[in-house]
Design a protein around this ligand. Structure first.
Ligand code: AMP
Length: 213
């Protein structure tokens, strides 16, 4: 099963991907997480991506397309995968169509996360991300959190992502509205184009997706 998640920053695509990858047993491919990993490893690609991410801008299409192209050919993607954060531009959407056609595969469903933008600014600036396993929680939950980190087995180390800072969040929405919102129409004709109300608890969103898959 190949799932594509669309929706503005902070709409819960990452959280749902993490929940659904376990239920469906397919990997979660987040281009944002891939870039953050490359940045922490200080690779040339990571350092290049950082210059765009820190400003809330998109990393150039050719860099993102090459990254995903290589990733979806890996063995763990044979039974499917969840695309979270790719494609974000028209050229990326075209490249994805071409990549899938080359390997004779199709998107099983496209899920569009719908939520009012005004709520998202608060959600994003209040969120904290574990720098090791990428689990996201609200800043108010950090002190009481006791769930062990999926990577280290120790306590999670929550930080505010640089691009969750208020001025960068505003820029990310501007870029989303100009470059990504228009590609939704590219997918509206897909036989399984599912619009989900993302303004619910994570469990309710998961149920709503699973029921409609
Ligand atoms: P995310 O974690 O998905 O919100 O991504 C964080 C940042 O990584 C974005 O604001 C972009 O700078 C960059 N990024 C992630 N995916 C893409 C993409 N498909 N195209 C361009 N830039 C991306």
């Amino acid at each position: 099963m190949i799932l594509l998640f669309l929706g503005p920053p902070g709409s819960g695509k990452g959280t749902q991907s993490q929940l659904l990858q376990k239920k469906l047993n397919i990997p979660h491919l987040s281009t944002g997480d891939m870039f953050r990993k490359a940045i922490s490893e200080k690779t040339t690609m990571g350092l290049k991506a950082k210059t765009f991410m820190d400003k809330g801008e998109y990393v150039p299409d050719e860099v993102v397309i090459a990254l995903i192209q290589e990733r979806i050919l890996q063995k763990d993607c044979e039974n499917g995968f969840i695309l979270d954060g790719f494609p974000r531009t028209q050229p990326q959407a075209g490249a994805l169509d071409a990549m899938l056609a080359t390997v004779g595969r199709n998107l099983s469903a496209v899920i569009n996360f719908k939520i009012d933008e005004s709520q998202l600014v608060n959600r994003l600036t209040a969120r904290r991300t574990c720098k090791n396993c990428n689990r996201v929680i609200h800043e108010g939950e950090v002190s009481a959190d006791s769930k062990p980190c999926a990577k280290t087995g120790q306590k999670c180390e929550f930080i505010q992502r640089d691009d969750d800072k208020p001025e960068v969040v505003r820029k990310r929405f501007e870029v989303y509205n100009t470059q990504t919102a228009p590609i939704i129409s590219h997918y509206k004709t897909h036989p399984k184009f599912i619009e989900v109300n993302a303004d619910q608890t994570p469990d309710a969103v998961t149920q709503s997706i699973i029921q409609r898959l």
